[in-house]
Design a protein around this ligand. Structure first.
Ligand code: AHR
Length: 336
């Protein structure tokens, strides 16, 4: 009888162990299935909608998120750093899988990025850089090489004036002060023309990457206090850090009776549709391309990060230069 009881007990323990084991196995499978099915959540803090480029960049990110099945929490910070910081904090509170953002300015991100790091949420910088002494605050940067964009503008200008002897007076329309494209484009441009004494940057003013401000600033540049050809106060070149400001400045020049592209050489950055049209019409002489189409590459990176792969720390976009010498039919027609 004791023997029978022992056998029964052993059978009972065995079946219990088996059911616990299989429950665990099924539990794991359920979890894996859940993980597979649950969407990756990406929090993106866009800096604003200051230019056509920016709107296009936002559209590219939203479209790519849809295509890649990534759940996107998207915030527009209206050009304010405090709004971007607030958005990033809300992404941390929501425990998103990845945070990405285009920093409106370079400085002032350490605290909020340390908070993300403490929560183990990886961060990707999109389009613009930050400046920090802290280490490993972000996993990767994806966007343009702005210093090289400035160099391209300078290189083209050197070539354009290779046979001229006199002074070349340049007005520079800067983007948002404190932002990486403004700092880097200015640096690259100066690196190229700085050793040639003919080139003088007579004025450098911020138009905040906006068409309305580009126009305003150009109106000031052309006011009698600064522009008076009979007194030798002239202008040979406009270097605008983006197309929106260049288009605003072109309007101001035309209202002033100047022929942009002929009386004043115009160099711009971005290559949006309206600027390419102005290049075709001879009102812009050179456009350095800066592409806003980085949504798909961003989603790729986000997926790789979440899957635990190592990702490259810097990914630059491939970009070109469009000039007055290009055959008109070779110029692209852009959707933005
Ligand atoms: O950071 C990229 C720059 O920001 C683009 O050149 C400009 O158009 C935008 O506003």
């Amino acid at each position: 009888m004791r023997k029978v009881l022992l056998v029964l007990l052993a059978a009972l323990v065995l079946s219990l162990l088996r059911s616990v084991y299989s429950a665990r196995r099924f539990g794991d499978e359920d979890k894996a299935a859940e993980e597979f099915e649950s969407k990756i959540v990406l929090g993106f803090a866009q800096l604003g909608a200051e230019s056509e480029w920016r709107s296009s960049s936002s559209a590219s990110i939203k479209e790519a998120a849809r295509k890649y099945g990534v759940e996107l929490m998207f915030e527009n910070a209206q050009q304010k750093q405090e709004n971007q910081i607030k958005a990033i904090r809300s992404f941390i509170a929501h425990r998103v899988d990845v945070i990405a953002f285009s920093p409106v300015v370079e400085l002032g991100w350490d605290n909020v990025l340390l908070e993300a790091k403490a929560e183990g949420i990886p961060v990707i910088l999109v389009d613009r850089h930050i400046r920090t002494d802290a280490e490993r605050l972000y996993a990767a940067f994806i966007g343009s090489d702005f210093i090289e964009e400035g160099r391209k503008a300078g290189r083209w200008l050197l070539e354009k004036f290779r046979n001229s002897e006199g002074e070349v007076k340049i007005v520079e329309l800067r983007g948002t002060d404190g932002s990486s494209p403004t700092k880097d484009r200015a640096e690259g441009f100066r690196e190229m023309i700085g050793n040639d004494g003919r080139f003088l940057i007579v004025r450098s003013l911020s138009g905040d990457f906006m068409r309305s401000k580009g126009r305003e600033v150009m109106e000031e540049v052309l006011s009698p206090a600064y522009y008076n050809p009979s007194a030798g106060m002239t202008l040979d070149v406009l270097f605008a850090h983006n197309d929106d400001m260049a288009m605003g400045a072109i309007e101001a020049m035309e209202e002033h009776g100047l022929r942009p592209g002929r009386d004043v050489v115009v160099i711009s950055v971005d290559a949006q549709r309206s600027a390419l049209e102005a290049l075709r019409n001879g009102k812009i002489n050179c456009i350095v391309e800066c592409t806003p189409y980085i949504g798909e590459r961003l989603m790729d990176l986000v997926r790789q990060l979440v899957a635990g792969y190592e990702i490259p720390s810097t990914i630059y976009s491939e970009e070109t230069v469009f000039t007055e010498d290009d055959p008109v039919e070779s110029l692209p027609v852009r959707p933005y």
